[in-house]
Each structure stands twice: as structure tokens, then as C-alpha cells.
Unconditional design. Structure first.
Length: 255
């Protein structure tokens, strides 16, 4: 855990694709990218438990498109091993200021992560994580945070071969959500929030997006979307009505 990247800034673009478009795009990407070295050519599963205030402050910050907005979540990289109180997860603050996305995260035992957010108790920490853990604690206290939704999906990740510039491309399949029984140890999602024939493409770069990838996106007629999986989960669960940012309202009309 000591080698984990804990802080970074980046630009993010999101697109919606059909499975057919994914296949075609991947063929063109082969000359530019290599698979995430942690997962090779295999897909992996991500499951995230989101927290929000009783009045859903973080949801509304996104929907109202505030220039500065945040989310807090516990993220799990799912393996064949069951999640226990001793399993390692990541507590993450994801925020956006204008066009730049920032993330700060702390690797912790699952029981300590819940204790930090839900009981407002700081467990033992590594020295490098003190500031982030205090920030998490302050959010939990200020907004009375509580579990709000879980999202789960399968991801394929790739990096640009140019080692001098960080660029990551991910494809997210089978995007599920839960709005009840919000425990990451319960691995059974409730409902798809996106039809299975569609995939979410995310392009993430530390600097500006290179020209070659924007050319590929344009060539394949892929539509840019504004979406939050967390907000999508709440709207699909009918906690809130569907807004203009809902994925269903941004799906390609001819697919």
C-alpha cells in the first residue's frame, strides 16, 4: 500500500458507445496503447460505495453543475476473495474544479474505512495520509454523511505507449447499482443502470488530450456525454427524476 498513488489531477472526457463501436475502436487503438500492467488484457471489477448528506448535497452539486463539486466513496477492486473487515479498500475524495478532476485517496482496512466515515473515528494511519484523512473526517462531520448508493461495473484499462505523457483509456461494461443493503461485502448488484449493449468510455489525461485520440473519437462518431455513475444510480433507483445528465437521455438514437 505504501506505493499506492494517493493524489493526482487530470482531465476527463466520457463517451457512450455500442458494443460494435467498442470492437471497432479497439482495433484502431492497438497501435497506440498497451493494457494496464496490473491487469494485462483482462477486465477487472470495481465496486464503489458512495456517501452523501441527508439532503444529497453531492448529488445536487453535480446536477447544478457547480464549478467546484465533490464526492466521497469507498472503492473496492473486486477479487475472488470475499471482502472482510480486514480487506484493503480505498477511501477517495473525488472533486472537480472547473475542467480539472482531482482525487485524493487512502488505502485502509474496510472496517477502518467505515469507522472513519460513519463513526467519525480516525484509525491508525500512515504519516503521508494525515491531511487526507482529516479532510475525509471533516466532510463526514460537516455533512452528516451516510451510505447512499453502490455502483459496480467491469472495466478494461489501457495506457498510451508514449511514456512521457500519462493518458489512460477505460471501457466500463455492465454498469450496475444498488440503493439498498449498502454493504460492499454484499457483492450482488440490484439493477443495470445502463442497457448492457452500451459501454462507457473514459479518456483521462494529466495534460491536454492528444490530437490522435480526438481524431479517433470523431472518426467513430462517438458522442461526448456528461454523466456521473453515482447520480445515474440515484435516478435509476427513482430517488430523483431523470435529469438531462441521465445516460438514457444521451444514448445514441440510431443504436
Amino acid at each position: 500500500m505504501a506505493d499506492t498513488i494517493r493524489k493526482f489531477n487530470r482531465f476527463e472526457l466520457k463517451y457512450i458507445l455500442s458494443l460494435e463501436q467498442v470492437r471497432d475502436l479497439k482495433k484502431d487503438l492497438e497501435n497506440f496503447v498497451v493494457p494496464d500492467p496490473h491487469w494485462k488484457w483482462e477486465a477487472y471489477i470495481l465496486s464503489s460505495l458512495y456517501y452523501d448528506s441527508p439532503d444529497y448535497r453531492f448529488y445536487w452539486e453535480k446536477i447544478e453543475w457547480l464549478k467546484f463539486r465533490r464526492k466521497l466513496r469507498i472503492r473496492r477492486y473486486v477479487t475472488d476473495e470475499p471482502l472482510t473487515d480486514e480487506s484493503t479498500v480505498f477511501v477517495e475524495i473525488k472533486q472537480r474544479y472547473d475542467r480539472v478532476t482531482q482525487k485524493r485517496r487512502v488505502p485502509m482496512k474496510y472496517k477502518d474505512a467505515k469507522k472513519l466515515i460513519e463513526e467519525e473515528i480516525i484509525p491508525e494511519w500512515y504519516e503521508d495520509d494525515i491531511d487526507t484523512m482529516n479532510e475525509i473526517l471533516n466532510l463526514a462531520k460537516t455533512y452528516d454523511l451516510r451510505p447512499s448508493a453502490i455502483t459496480t461495473y467491469k472495466r478494461e484499462a489501457f495506457f498510451w505507449k508514449d511514456a512521457d505523457i500519462w493518458l489512460r483509456i477505460t471501457f466500463d461494461y455492465d454498469v450496475w447499482y444498488k440503493q439498498k443493503n449498502l454493504d460492499l461485502a454484499d457483492a450482488n448488484p440490484e439493477w443495470l443502470m445502463l442497457p448492457a449493449k452500451f459501454v462507457i468510455l473514459e479518456i483521462k489525461a494529466n495534460e491536454k488530450i492528444p490530437f490522435w485520440i480526438t481524431e479517433l473519437v470523431a472518426h467513430h462518431w462517438i458522442g461526448l456525454i456528461r454523466v456521473s455513475k453515482y447520480c445515474q444510480a440515484l435516478e435509476t433507483a427513482k430517488v430523483f427524476p431523470k435529469t438531462v445528465f441521465n445516460i438514457e437521455k444521451q444514448l445514441p438514437k440510431n443504436k
